[in-house]
Structures are given as C-alpha cells and as structure tokens.
Ligand binder design. Structure first.
Ligand code: ME8
Length: 503
C-alpha cells in the first residue's frame, strides 16, 4: 500500500475555532478521504499550537495558568474534529512530551550542524502574527497584516537563514509544484530573491514555550516549535525507523497568511538538519463574510458549530469546498449557501435518488431489476463512464482542484437526471417492462457510483445512498466502481437525503 501524508496547520488556542480553521481541516479531510478510497494508507494530521506569547497573553487575560488554559481551549479544537466528521489519524498538541522531544532533537541537530548561533535581537515583533518584521515592512507603524507591533530587544539564538537563499531558490526552480498556487509561488520566490536575514529562533522575555536545550534562559521561537509538529507525528527523535517510513509529508495545506513560514523557514530548517523536504505546500485563500473582512472587532466571526447546527454538516462541507476555486479568496454568503443546498443538493442530487428509488419501490417490488435487454449507447454512457471520471477526479485531487472535482461529480448527477427525463421509464410501465427495468438498472448503478464518489465530501449522505444497496464497507472503495449491482437485491428505503430549506 502506498502512503499519503497530509497536514493542516496546527491552530492557536488563544480563542474559539472559526470558519478558517474549519475550512482548512475540511479541505484536508476531503483529500484524505479520497486518497483512502483510492487505496492509499493515509496519515492525516491536525492539532493545536499551544505555546508562545499570544497564547500566554490570552491565559493571563483570563487569569488562568497557561497549562490549564491550553488544556481547556484545545478541547474545543478536538471537539471540532468530531463536529466536522474529520478522518484525521492523530491530533497533536505542542504541549505533549513527544513533541518536546522532537523539538529538542531538531534544535540539537541544527546546533550540531553549525546553523545556530547566539546573538541579540532588536527589532519589531507582532504578537498576533507571532512574527518578526523589518522596519521597511511596516505599514503606518503596523505589521502588513494590520497587527500591532512592539519593539523587542533581547538575547536570542539565530538560525542562519541567509545562507539558505540559493538552496531555496534551487528547490523552487527544480520542483515547480513545491508551492501552489502559482501566484503564491511567485510571491515567495520574489521574497526569497530579495534576500533573507538570519532568523531569531529563541525568546527570553517570557517563558511559555519549550526550553532551548542546555540554556533554559531561552525558549524556542513558537514557529520553530510549531512547524516541528509535522515531524513529531512521524516519530522524529523517538523512533528513527518509523520516521524514515513516514516522513516526508506529501502535502501541507495552509492559509495564505502563513505560507512564508511553511515555504521558506520550514524547508530551510529541514535542509539544515539534513532531513527530507515535504513534497508540496498549498496555500488557500481567505473567507470574507457577506463581502466584509472577518474580524472580532466587527463581530462577524463565523462559528462553524452554529453553521452546522443551522444547515447540516454535509451541506456545509459541500458548500465550503464547492464555493471557491481552491487557492482563491472566497465570500461566505447565506443566500449562496441556500441556493447551493436547494438547487445542487436537494433538486439535483436528492431528487435523482428519491425519484429512482421511489419508482423502484412501486414498480420493481423494491428490488434492483433484471436487465434482460442489451444495454444501448445511452445506457453505457451512464454506467461505464466511471473509469474516465475516476481518472479525471484523481488528476484534479492531485492538483488540489477541489471545487472542480465536485463540479465533475455534479456533471455525472446531471447526466443521470437528463437520462431519466429522456428515457422516461414511467412511460414504459405498460408497454415495455424489460426496457423500463434496464433503464432503472442503469440509474441505480449510476446512483451507486455517485454514492461512492461522494464519500469524501459528504460522508453521511453518501452513507445513506450506499445503504440503499446495503453495501458492505469493503465494497465502497474506488476499486468497486467497476463491479456492477446484482439484480434482485432489495433496496432499502431512505428518507429524503437533502430536504429543501425554505428561504
Ligand atoms: O496560524 N479564511 O494558527 P491560526 C480562511 N498556529 N482561513 C483563515 C481565515 C479566514 N477568514 N482566518 C484564518 C496559525 N484562517 C499557526 C499555524 S502551523 C505549524 C502553525 C486560517 O489558528 C489561516 O490562514 O492563527 C491559518 O491557515 C489557519 O486559519 C490557522 O490559523
């Protein structure tokens, strides 16, 4: 079995989860579930980023000690993995012992390889971004993200990032898809070409972090600590064999705001520690809410839990993945969500399943009918198209064109709806039962294939669809697309899969 390893960023535990967290996790879940059905042994990592000044400040403002604070807030993110029905295979917390070991091991490797030196940092720091900024990067005295910055002067260890400029450029040139989408790749490339400064990788002015080995006056910079989570899960510093087996990751999915950390700092750390590099970093865009930037001060933060309570999990999963071309910014609009639920889920998909199965319950004694007739061209287009569809979907998923992969599945659904209208099996009830049965057979077979394809995006609804045919778990993978439905099996009645929502 081939391995596939995908990661979300690990989320800061200074506050409650929001739509951005849910979005990244769902995109990864979609890819992870797809790969699993396609025969890969999938490792899907998510978790929480619990150290640093931002989290320490949040704990102080709540008058709770940092450890109790992060224990509490991290639970909300763990809970979110259940609410979103994620298929993650681990949930890492940077306060775990295994992670501390991994960070210490990486630090020592960097140090022993001669890439860390002690100095003094003086410059601007944004706590909200947990990032250093040069004077020239500030806009009206603030970080480019709009966050406040403070002047920091403290002893600090540095990583010799400046030495890695050529190697990084070579990496981007040789691996044209290392950073996607392309527009983001160009941004990173010009940033690196502009020259890199050595990076401060330790702090002394607060203590909520992992101690630097052999100098407990310093804690590690939270981004060095956080990025290391991706190798902690692979057993780095604990089990060499496991690590070799499991690393590198195939895909880091991140938001566009944290691409620099993943596409510049992270590969530089790994190169300096003589470790293999991840294969790809994909940066997605940001959501606005009804055209407005999402921010706490505007009070328009979208709570994914409430959203799911109101509209349903599979509906939200589908909407978020389908609405924006993956990599672009997107706007969350309630009317657009309702429109997609009613037209694409209730009308297009829901009706197809409902009318075919109801018709069979009345006219084929609730069984998958026999097909005595030979299949004609139109039938074969419905039941034999899966091979091409799977090839197309694979290609789209491998290129992270998630929205397009859903469009492709909906084309199949529309094709089946068109087929039922054109073939009109209801007109054949009294005149040509054999042809009617053949048409219904083809429609049921197409619904089975659609059910299999839909599993990554809507695990619950596709489960209901596949339960109509009482398929075993083992019969739901892509391998089974080519095995046809057996005539004579009983169909199980299902309630409407996607009821319309009145607007
Ligand atoms: O950055 N739309 O964590 P985080 C889409 N701990 N995505 C959004 C968004 C929006 N409106 N707002 C935020 C961190 N995000 C670090 C990561 S990884 C080693 C450490 C996304 O909790 C944002 O782009 O601040 C980021 O990818 C993710 O939420 C987590 O942000």
């Amino acid at each position: 079995m081939k391995n596939f390893y995908i990661t979300t960023p690990i989320y800061y535990v200074n506050d409650l989860p929001h739509i951005g967290h849910a979005y990244t996790s769902l995109c990864c879940d979609y890819i992870a579930r797809f790969k699993r059905l396609d025969g890969f042994n999938v490792r899907y990592l998510t978790g929480t980023d619990e150290h640093g000044q931002k989290v320490e400040n949040a704990a102080i403002s709540k008058k709770i000690d940092p450890k109790s604070f992060v224990d509490n807030v991290s639970k909300n993110f763990l809970e979110l993995t259940k609410v979103l029905n994620l298929s993650n295979t681990d949930f890492i917390r940077t306060t775990q012992e295994r992670h501390k070991k991994s960070c210490e091991f990486l630090w020592k490797k960097l140090y022993d390889n001669g890439h860390i030196y002690l100095g003094k940092y003086s410059g601007w720091y944004s706590v909200r971004d947990e990032a250093y900024f040069q004077e020239s990067e500030l806009i009206d005295g603030k970080a480019p993200t709009g966050a406040d910055v403070e002047w920091v002067e403290e002893p600090s260890y540095f990583f010799n990032l400046s030495k890695w400029q050529d190697k990084l450029i070579e990496l981007y040139d040789k691996n044209i898809d290392f950073i996607l989408p392309k527009s983001r790749r160009n941004e990173v490339l010009s940033f690196v070409k502009g020259g890199l400064k050595d990076l401060s990788i330790s702090r002394t002015s607060f203590s909520w972090g992992i101690n630097v080995p052999d100098n407990s006056d310093h804690i590690m910079y939270v981004w060095l600590d956080a990025l290391t989570n991706y190798i902690t899960y692979s057993g780095f510093g604990v089990d060499e064999e496991e690590f070799k087996k499991n690393w590198p990751a195939d895909l880091h999915v991140v938001g566009k705001d944290i691409l620099r950390f993943h596409a510049v700092y992270w590969p530089a750390f790994l190169l300096a520690a003589d470790l293999p590099l991840p294969k790809k970093v994909f940066a997605h865009g940001w959501w606005t809410n009804e055209g407005e930037k999402i921010s706490k001060s505007l009070g328009n933060v979208i709570d994914p839990v409430k959203l799911i309570d109101n509209y349903g999990l599979d509906q939200v999963r589908y909407f978020l993945l389908r609405e924006v071309p993956f990599g672009n910014d997107g706007d969350f609009s309630k009317s657009q969500l309702l429109q997609r639920i009613n037209s694409e889920l209730a009308n297009n998909l829901g009706n197809l399943v409902q009318r075919v199965v109801s018709f069979c319950l009345k006219n084929t004694m609730g069984k998958v009918p026999n097909h005595k007739e030979k299949f004609v061209k139109e039938d074969l287009e419905i039941i034999n198209s899966f091979e091409n569809e799977l090839t197309t979907l694979r290609d789209l998923i491998n290129k992270q064109k998630l929205d397009e992969s859903l469009k492709e599945i909906w084309q199949k659904i529309s094709k089946s709806n068109k087929y039922i209208d054109e073939q009109a099996p209801w007109n054949l009830k009294n005149s040509d039962i054999d042809r009617m049965n053949t048409i219904l057979y083809c429609l049921l077979e197409s619904i089975r294939q659609i059910g299999i394809f839909l599993q990554p995006v809507m695990p619950d609804a596709s489960n209901k669809i596949l339960n109509i045919f009482d398929l075993k778990d083992s019969e739901r993978s892509f391998k089974y697309l080519s095995s046809r439905l057996i005539s004579g099996i009983n169909l199980k009645k299902q309630n409407p899969i996607f009821p319309r929502i009145e607007t």
